[in-house]
Design a binder for this molecule. Structure first.
Ligand SMILES: NC(=O)c1ccc[n+]([C@@H]2O[C@H](COP(=O)([O-])OP(=O)(O)OC[C@H]3O[C@@H](n4cnc5c(N)ncnc54)[C@H](OP(=O)(O)O)[C@@H]3O)[C@@H](O)[C@H]2O)c1
Length: 295
């Protein structure tokens, strides 16, 4: 039996999605395209909800689920993080109700306890991916989807995740927030690094865009990082022990205390990483560490 066939048997009444924004609409369309029943859809404003209902042949849609009979076996709450708890309190426990699942990465499943005070039938299902209206078709392919909460429910959801092309990963509540935090380093913190790069170019009379100037090099670096451990693809003055180059960089940064601080901080952790490389000349390391400053 395929994951789809067995999970359809587990969820014969299909799914309800509340919040038809970026993720909710992608999830509804993906579930529907794989053959699952979308029983009902709800959203604060009707426009997006009605549009997705048409695309998924869903007759029941509205702004709030007032009839428990309209709900599927699982209700996915694809709401902004700080709306999930408020919704759970407003809805309250539903007798013989569905399973409740939210999709936030930073929020534990426990926020849904007002819907199930004993904690059964609640979970968090977080696709580790960015959803936009442009990548609806492909976003679930091969993406990890963390599952946390009621173990029986998570086990059933595993099959659904597999059937829509994702890779399920069972986690506890601490691991869940750790994954969210770890993502910040590799995704969000790239943006301030690009901002630093652009400021330095501008402050030195260069009108060229950082993303244009360094695009080919950045692509190469990211490719390397996506296929090798970080220490193996490290290049630049720190790993080479070029203290003279670091002195010249620090001179340019004299009028940019914010980027100087970041340069030294990242320099220190880059050096620690470089020190893991065997058969590397370490003679310049103490001088470099002195320049970066100890913590
Ligand atoms: N987008 C992603 O890349 C992504 C990835 C992984 C996880 N997530 C998680 O998925 C959840 C949704 O994120 P999103 O990016 O899809 O957000 P979004 O695009 O802002 O969509 C949220 C939707 O919820 C609706 N809504 C807000 N409050 C509501 C309420 N009280 N009742 C009913 N509907 C309500 C909004 O309606 P209106 O149209 O009226 O504003 C909107 O359509 C979040 O927990 C987020 O952390 C998102």
């Amino acid at each position: 039996m395929t994951p789809f066939e067995s999970s359809r048997q587990l969820f014969p009444r299909g799914f309800t999605i509340i919040g038809t924004g970026r993720l909710g609409s992608s999830l509804a369309l993906r579930l529907n395209s794989k053959g699952y029943l979308i029983r009902s859809l709800y959203n604060r404003t009707l426009d997006s909800c009605e549009r997705i209902a048409t695309q998924t042949n869903t007759d029941i849609f509205g702004t709030f689920p007032s009839r428990p009979a309209d709900l599927g076996d699982v209700v996915f709450l694809c709401l902004p993080d700080d709306q999930i708890g408020a919704f759970a309190k407003k809805m309250g426990p539903v007798k013989d109700g569905p399973a409740w699942v939210h999709t936030s990465g930073a929020t534990p499943a426990g926020v849904l306890e007002p819907l199930s005070p004993e904690g059964s039938g609640i979970a968090a299902m977080h696709p580790v991916q960015t959803f936009t209206i442009k990548n609806r078709d492909s976003a679930f392919n091969q993406c990890f989807v963390t599952l946390q909460g009621d173990p029986v429910l998570c086990d059933k959801l595993k099959k659904v995740v597999e059937a829509i092309g994702g890779r399920p990963l069972l986690v506890d509540s601490r691991q869940k927030i750790a994954i969210h935090l770890a993502a910040v380093y590799v995704c969000n913190y790239m943006a301030p690094l690009f901002a630093a790069s652009q400021d330095i170019l501008r402050d030195n009379g260069l009108e060229v865009r950082s993303r244009d100037l360094f695009g080919p090099m950045v692509r190469q670096a990211v490719e390397g990082l996506l296929s090798h451990p970080p220490a193996e693809v490290l290049t630049g003055p720190v790993v080479r022990g070029d203290t003279g180059t670091i002195d010249r960089h620090l001179k340019v940064l004299e009028d940019s205390p914010k980027w100087d601080r970041l340069y030294r901080e990242l320099g220190r952790v880059t050096l620690e990483l470089a020190q893991k490389i065997e058969a590397r000349d370490r003679s310049a390391d103490p001088g470099m560490m002195e320049r970066f400053g100890s913590q």
